[in-house]
Design a protein around this ligand. Structure first.
Ligand SMILES: Nc1nc2c(c(=O)[nH]1)N[C@H]1C(S)=C(S)[C@@H](COP(=O)(O)O)O[C@H]1N2
Ligand SMILES: [Mo]
Length: 334
């Protein structure tokens, strides 16, 4: 970036990451009409904010404080100091909201550039509980007063938890947390993805409840194995004969190893999976349903995780820790 006030606005060049993302295989995006694209454009990415208006932050005045249990001396970082680090990572990560209904759109995939959070915490003296650290909760505070609690062990277990500075090749849009937000693969946004972050406090889950916890949501919330049918749409009329069924499945930080589709309560059939980008990203799937008879049909989908988990059909609402059940649609053929 150039000196002075360039970062007040979002008109600065993102730094080159020391560790670029692995190339996405051509076959990761099936490019089927009606199927959401592998990368979600910034302008279409879902938004969840409690703030009534989007915070506008002057990046030159922005500071990040890191303090608390196990941090011998409080640290303070400027935006310029984060940008000039030599350990920036670039990673593709699919973010998901705990309040997403089965089949819903509160999920998106982006290419993020950021500071590896575990490295920054280690510099500050933090050790995870497995290495004797007493703080088991990292509390992020934002410019707009949000608090988000994340397990210290999780952000330091080797996954690509980061303080993101860039989203899909651009500085973070104001709506998505400019100048800096957190991203942790595998955890729902309300327990990981603090936007407009200004403070990280090391504490314990016993000592502090983050914003959503007294409001009925779990303090710890890994993303649940889920899948969605994107096309056809629920209630759509399709021609009889061959119908292309396609959608996405996700199991962040585990990986998706299978997707199965069931028509009219019959046998589960294996869908074809798109190539995998990383285990932290969603995976597209497609099934050509060749013998669609005229009339009404139901179509359901389920995913299989790399750990062998088969997505449950048991229906649960989003609260307290994420919806479950099979996305099921009705289509009429003929
Ligand atoms: N400051 C702040 N950070 C926040 C939130 C918020 O309301 N305020 N919402 C959280 C929730 S619930 C989710 S799912 C993600 C959504 O990020 P996005 O709006 O960029 O998609 O941000 C998280 N970070
Ligand atoms: Mo969320």
């Amino acid at each position: 970036m150039s000196a002075g006030g360039a970062s007040e606005s979002r008109n600065f060049a993102l730094p080159k990451p020391a560790y670029p993302a692995a190339p996405v295989p051509d076959g990761a995006d099936l490019e089927i009409e009606g199927l959401e694209s592998f990368f979600t454009p910034n302008g279409e990415f879902y938004r969840i904010d409690t703030a009534l208006s989007v915070p506008r932050i002057d990046a030159t005045a922005w500071r990040l404080r890191v303090h608390g249990e196990g941090v011998p001396e409080e640290r303070e970082y400027t935006f310029a100091r984060l940008l000039e680090r030599d350990d920036l990572i670039e990673r593709d990560v699919t973010l998901a909201c705990v309040s997403n209904q089965v089949g819903g759109g509160y999920i998106g995939n982006a290419r993020w550039i950021g500071v590896p959070l575990a490295a920054l915490l280690r510099e500050a003296g933090v050790r995870p509980p497995s290495e004797g650290g007493r703080a088991d909760q990292l509390v992020s505070r934002s410019h707009d007063g949000m608090t988000i609690g994340t397990p210290v062990e999780t952000v330091m277990d080797g996954r690509d938890a980061m303080l993101a500075l860039g989203m899909n090749g651009r500085p973070l849009p104001p709506e998505h947390g400019f100048p800096v937000r957190m991203v942790v693969p595998g955890l729902y946004g309300y327990v990981s993805a603090c936007k407009w972050i200004t403070e990280i406090e090391l504490t314990t889950f016993d000592a502090f409840d983050a914003y959503w916890v007294p409001r009925g949501w779990s303090a710890r919330a890994p993303i649940k194995l889920q899948s969605r049918i994107d096309t056809p749409r629920d209630g759509e009329s399709v021609g009889a004969g061959t119908v292309v069924l396609a959608g996405v499945a996700w199991a962040q930080h585990v990986g998706v190893d299978g997707v199965q589709v069931r028509i009219d309560g019959g046998e589960w059939r294996d869908a074809r999976l798109a190539d995998e980008a990383t285990e932290d990203t969603w995976r597209q799937w497609v099934l050509e349903w060749e013998d669609a008879e005229p009339g009404e049909h139901t179509v359901s989908v389920r995913a299989v995780g790399r750990d062998g988990e088969v997505q449950t059909g048991r229906e649960a609402p989003p609260a307290p820790d994420g919806a479950t059940g099979h996305h099921t649609i009705t289509v009429s053929a003929g």
